[in-house]
Write a protein that binds this ligand. Structure first.
Ligand code: BTN
Length: 244
């Protein structure tokens, strides 16, 4: 069985797992830290990473065509939602492209980083950040009204480490299924859990931003978006999707 590296502190568990990947760590190796000094989100943003959160990264070595993994962030989000439901009875929704939401606020995020050669996906770090034992007043002012945590939602003080094994179990099961069956096998669950669908949103992609309706997820994990000023389009990896 691949190792789980438990760290008191690291810069970013995604960076840590990629360093271990470069040294030959096997698939399913995990890095977990009590806090991060340089936690990273998507699009160059930072990720607030005090003690009380879960900072978890898992290594996969798909060695297959990169297009099979376009839905990987949604699969990771579904896995985290399953782990949260199983461990703390908290229902979270998936907000495209990579967020976990509860009561209209963000409780976690997914950061997938890859090493690709040609069209082959050689290695992939699946990074998951969950706000667990974090009080409202502990969040920085700029995200205090838009972020939430397991503590805020349930009133329960849960040690973040309780989520590690459930997350590992669901990720291994779901990424195994993604590899053999493709994203289509998750489509029904993704549609059910996705809070973005059917809403008016502003989508940023390919250097532009447009307003419209988030209509559906495709069998490849792309967003089907109907801009107000044009026909429906498929967006495989939107930079951001904001409710309006
Ligand atoms: C986002 O919402 O933009 C994604 C946030 C991802 C944060 C996690 S915490 C564990 C892993 N290490 C990082 O530096 N980032 C991810």
């Amino acid at each position: 069985m691949a190792q789980i590296f438990y760290m008191a502190e690291t810069d970013s568990t995604n960076s840590d797992i990629m360093r271990r990947a470069a040294q030959g760590a096997p698939e399913e190796t995990i890095s977990v830290a009590l806090k991060q000094t340089g936690g990273r989100g998507r699009m160059g943003k930072s990720w607030f990473s005090p003690e009380g959160g879960l900072y978890f990264s898992m290594l996969f070595r798909p060695e297959t065509d990169v297009s099979k993994y376009y839905g990987a962030a949604i699969v990771a989000a579904l896995s985290a939602a399953e782990a949260l439901w199983e461990s703390v009875n908290l229902e979270v929704g998936v907000h495209l492209p990579n967020d976990l939401y509860c009561s209209g606020k963000k409780t976690g995020g997914i950061l997938i980083e890859t090493i690709v050669a040609g069209n082959t996906l050689l290695a992939m770090a699946v990074g998951i950040g969950l706000n667990i034992d974090v009080k409202k007043e502990d969040f920085p002012r700029d995200i205090r009204e838009t972020a939430t945590s397991v503590l805020i939602e349930t009133g329960k003080k849960i040690p973040p480490r309780n989520l590690i094994i459930p997350l590992r179990t669901h990720l291994i099961e779901n990424f195994g299924k993604l590899k053999t069956q493709g994203f289509g096998a998750f489509l029904a669950d993704a549609r059910e859990s996705c809070i973005t669908l059917g809403k008016r949103v502003s989508v940023r992609y390919e250097g532009r931003e447009s307003k419209g309706e988030a209509n559906d997820i495709t069998s490849k994990g792309a967003l089907l978006f109907k801009p107000d000023d044009g026909p429906e389009i498929e967006i495989p990896a939107p930079d951001s999707v904001t409710f309006i």
